[in-house]
Write a protein that binds this ligand. Structure first.
Ligand SMILES: NCc1[nH]cc(CCC(=O)O)c1CC(=O)O
Length: 308
């Protein structure tokens, strides 16, 4: 076909797996493609907690710039890492069918879960940290940064009992330990397990190609979850989870915001007909804000700004 689609991606093993998946699908449709791996700022600064870096979109910014400069035609992202507001000129071109959404615990013997022994669990995510502390108040949660491979290595090297990951990520790079424990009770990050492909707004050729990869069910679910996040967050990193599942023309939505220490929790559950999902994410977030979520979000903003 008339042009080669240049696929921008981070250079971690997971990102490359995701980009290669998109590449294969485009090639199957007869498009010519080339992979362009790039290091992102989020992958370079590993010695600080993510939320202290103070920028949202730290994993996506480098690729956004490459896209807007015309060095690549599309960028493939883990959708949960992408800020809810895309930069001007960049549009959502496809959401691929979602993999498993939930988090899992990789551990070195899980006996500690059934006893009162204090344990140390590692995660760099405020959402996982708050939910873990909510369920296991006597545990300690330590920060863990780096791509999936780095985090697994750090778990082996350190004196921690376990670390939390997205199951989808570990499965994709074939590093999911057999005895990892599925955390069904933990609400995932909005759009966890989904891949997002973005393109330039004016690039009709590429947008047309990508539209063939879009999975509408996943697009609907992730739109609801990200609307929930966007309505709540107001530009701050907060422990927010959201999951919209579609079964037999019904959407089952669950959204939650926690205090940073996990002690407070405000959640919402909704069951809505698929034909009525318009604004579901937004109205659910507004209900959470009314139920005390606005106060909680304000506290989180204050605490986040005193951390650094
Ligand atoms: N924040 C890093 C990140 N971004 C996407 C995934 C995994 C794949 C996904 O959730 O879509 C991961 C790793 C993890 O959370 O353990």
């Amino acid at each position: 076909m008339s042009k080669i689609i240049r696929i921008g991606t981070r250079d971690s093993e997971l990102a490359l797996w995701q980009a290669t998946t998109v590449q294969q699908k485009l090639e199957e449709l007869g498009y010519d493609t080339i992979l362009v791996p790039t290091k992102s700022m989020g992958d370079q600064v590993l010695d600080k907690p993510l939320y202290e870096l103070g920028v949202t979109g730290i994993f996506t910014k480098t690729l956004d710039v490459a896209l807007l400069k015309g060095n690549i035609d599309i960028a493939v992202h883990s959708m949960k890492d992408v800020p809810t507001q895309l930069p001007k000129g960049i549009v959502q071109a496809a959401v691929l069918e979602r993999a498993i959404t939930h988090d899992i615990l990789v551990h070195k013997g899980s006996g500690f879960l059934e006893s009162d022994t204090p344990a140390t669990i590692a995660t760099g995510s405020l959402r996982r940290r708050a939910q873990w502390l909510n369920k296991y108040p006597n545990h300690k949660v330590v920060d863990l940064r780096g791509n999936v491979n780095t985090r697994l290595l750090k778990l082996i090297e350190n004196d921690w009992q376990g670390a939390i990951f997205a199951q989808a990520g570990l499965e994709r790079i074939k590093l999911l330990p057999k005895d990892a424990i599925r955390l069904d009770w933990m609400i995932p990050a909005p759009a966890q397990g989904a891949m997002l492909v973005v393109a330039k707004e004016e690039d009709d050729f590429t947008k047309e190609a990508l539209s063939k990869l879009n999975h509408s069910g996943t697009e609907i679910s992730t739109t609801i979850e990200r609307e929930f996040l966007r309505t709540l967050e107001g530009g701050c990193t907060a422990p927010i989870g959201a999951l919209a599942q579609i079964k037999d023309l019904t959407v089952y939505f669950e959204g939650v915001v926690f205090s940073l220490d996990g002690k407070q929790k405000i959640d919402i559950k909704k069951e809505v007909k698929l034909s009525d999902v318009k604004d579901l994410g937004k109205t659910s977030a507004e209900e959470v804000l009314q139920k005390g979520g606005d106060k909680l979000m304000q506290e989180i903003r204050n605490e986040n700004s005193t951390v650094h």
